[in-house]
Design a protein around this ligand. Structure first.
Ligand code: MCA
Ligand code: AMP
Length: 579
């Protein structure tokens, strides 16, 4: 029998779920894995980790892993926590140089690669269930690398206690249940994909169905499948197939095949009830829906209507109100729930489950267990409920504290110290998010109908304090990191990297370049830039628009005013309506 597991709250929760209910499904193949098999698999993998490390105490060590979005990923993540080590999920598409940086900076003890999971996983489904009975789990945690304002990504260390606090807060606000079935299309090296869409559903006994990489057509087919009308009947089934194994319902399969999409035939017919993604994904879904075959398009609309899709969440970047409205219309009334978070703190602010509490442009209230305040960045004064400036609402930097906040930037005490400010009430330090917001009462919302936490004035994000942080398709990008890479190229004499507004990405990365004299005659095209940066930066960080100029205007201090420059140089590239 596998050895015992530490008594992490997550493991205790999993051990109480119905062992026959489905934990994970691979959407396209229909393969599914039950809760009953999960902890035995975790225990075995944890023991294999000890073997690989050559010792059985790897507490607090960083264990990096490159595993595709799958049951294997879930087991690997949990096995690392079970070893009281720090899980460090890596993004497979990152170029080797970026991954190498993360590996060496984190001083990872091991790098695990996935062998395609085998029948072994099925074998252990029947092995006895190890009871979690070891109360000591100090050392367990997760580390995610995020772009900061400084030029290299920082390792954000999230101890297990912070992860658990984040999950509990979300369960209480969004009410995940074992009846929820979540379609998972996000990368697994960010909080959004890991905490909101893996750990919290596991805590709650929900089913996670992986469909990765994101593909709008496949998502629509999956949503639609339970509701495809054949011979005038609907084969939707609220309870879905037992354990999420594909119901080989002849009707739905043949209807899908009739659409010429046999590759989707193995998809389950259980309705998806929970979807959490970045705004760009909603934009992409909205723009591809009209191209679906008519029966699929209709079934997809039924699938996302509020009676079937319990909650659709948007976050990681600002949700444009036109996208929210278009989704509401397409879905016959499903109002997207917007929330605000950050790698360093998990989810911090959220609108409520009650539709009244999903106010356009607002990210809601501090989630359960999260304390939030606004501080004027100039005067450092607290922005109080009634702070009004010349009749206008007063904005400030969002500062946060609570059990969900990270511990430190890995091996970077200076950066950690810089991002926190001591509280004057003796109740601990506040994390400075760098995001500017205002608070405003909304007459129709905040009546505690979504929970006690959802009361009072609502938060509205205005933007970031620093122009050097760009959010593209939900990915955070440091302008300084890209400038550093550009400046290391022989062609480039000066570089300024800017956030260019985009309907599709929210913001896209733009570069303004001055070439060295020797390269001016030849010129430098976007293709040249892409080729030069390909092995140095992840794809999404490579500028999408480029301008070569004679000089970049600077102030007396030698600083570039990026807000002015972006308007002056990229006016024609603003594409607020590209969908
Ligand atoms: C892909 N491309 C991008 C991005 N993604 N360009 C700019 N920004 C991006 N985010 C480029 C590729 O390099 C490629 O360029 C082209 O678009 C198509 O690539 P593909 O891989 O097909 O793109 P996609 O699959 O359509 O990806 C779009 C996506 C993805 C699904 C929106 O970017 C995504 O999953 N974003 C979510 C990231 C996330 O989880 N963020 C949460 C972090 P080319 O054709 O030239 O090669 S924030 C967080 O965790 C906090 C706590 C929070 O609040 O949630
Ligand atoms: P990351 O470092 O990738 O965790 O990104 C965190 C940042 O994403 C925050 O500091 C915000 O700037 C941004 N963000 C997350 N959610 C929202 C939202 N709902 N609206 C606007 N910005 C958001």
């Amino acid at each position: 029998m596998a050895s015992t597991l530490p008594r992490l709250p997550l493991f205790e929760a999993i051990s109480k779920h119905d062992p026959d209910s489905t934990a994970v499904v691979h959407c396209l193949s229909g393969r599914s894995f039950k809760y009953g098999g999960l902890l035995p698999d975790v225990a075995r993998t944890r023991d294999r980790l000890y073997e690989a490390a050559g010792k059985s105490d790897i507490r607090g060590e960083r264990i990096a892993f490159l595993v595709e979005n799958s049951y294997d990923y879930v087991v690997t993540l949990l096995a690392i926590l079970a070893a009281r080590a720090i899980a460090l999920p890596l993004s497979p598409p990152f170029p080797p140089a970026e991954l190498q940086y993360i590996l060496s900076h984190s001083e990872a003890l091991l790098l695990l690669h996935s062998a395609k999971y085998s029948t072994k996983a099925q074998e252990v489904l029947s092995t006895p269930f190890p009871s979690p009975d070891d109360a000591d789990f100090e050392g367990a945690g997760m580390m995610l690398y995020t772009s900061g304002t400084t030029n290299r990504p920082k390792g954000v260390l999230l101890p297990e206690s912070a992860l658990t606090a984040q999950c509990r807060s979300l369960i209480s606000a969004w009410n995940y249940t074992p009846r929820d079935r979540l379609l998972h299309v996000l990368p697994l090296h960010h909080i959004h994909g890991t905490v909101n869409a893996v750990l919290t559903p596991l805590f709650s006994g929900s089913t996670i169905e992986f469909l990765f990489p994101f593909n709008a057509d496949a998502v629509w087919r999956r949503f639609a499948k339970p509701f495809l009308q054949t011979n005038g009947s609907t084969n939707g089934n609220r309870n879905g197939s037992t354990n999420g194994i594909t119901t080989t319902n002849g009707d739905s399969t043949s209807a899908t095949a009739a659409d010429g999409e046999a590759k989707y035939a193995q998809m389950s017919s259980a309705p998806i009830t929970f979807f959490t993604v970045v705004p760009t994904v909603y934009t992409r879904l909205l723009s591809t829906h009209p191209g679906l075959p008519a029966p699929t398009a209709m079934a997809a609309r039924t699938a996302i209507n509020p009676a079937n899709m319990r909650v659709s969440i948007s976050g990681s970047a600002a949700l444009p109100t036109p996208v929210k409205r278009a989704w509401r219309e397409l879905s016959h009334g499903n109002v997207l729930l917007e929330r605000y978070g950050m790698t360093e703190v998990g989810m911090a602010l959220s609108c409520g489950l009650d539709y009244q509490d999903r106010v356009d442009g607002s990210v809601g209230w501090p989630l359960p267990g999260v304390e939030a305040r606004l501080v004027d960045p100039e005067t450092k004064q607290l922005v109080t409920e009634d702070s009004v400036e010349g009749g206008r609402e007063h904005s400030g930097e969002i500062q946060l504290r609570g059990a969900s906040v990270f511990r430190e930037y890995w091996r970077n005490p200076e950066a950690t110290a810089k991002e926190f400010v001591e509280g004057d009430d003796g109740k601990g330090r506040w994390f400075k998010t760098g995001d500017i917001a205002l608070r405003r009462p909304v007459a129709t919302a905040g009546k505690a109908s979504s929970g006690d936490w959802a009361q009072g004035s609502m938060y509205f994000i205005l933007g970031r304090q620093s122009a050097d942080i760009i959010k593209s398709g939900g990915e955070k990008v440091s302008a300084l990191e890209i400038e550093r890479e550009l400046l290391s190229l022989p062609e480039v004499a000066e570089a300024a990297v800017l956030a260019v507004p985009s309907g599709k990405w929210g913001q896209k990365v733009g570069a303004v370049i001055v070439l060295h004299d020797g390269y001016k005659a030849k010129g430098w095209k976007p293709m040249d830039m892409r080729r030069a940066l390909r092995d140095r930066l992840a794809n999404y960080k490579i500028p999408q628009v480029l301008r070569v100029v004679e000089s970049i205007p600077r102030n007396a201090m030698g600083k570039v005013n990026k807000k002015t420059l972006v308007g002056a140089v990229f006016k024609d590239d603003f594409s607020g309506d590209e969908m």
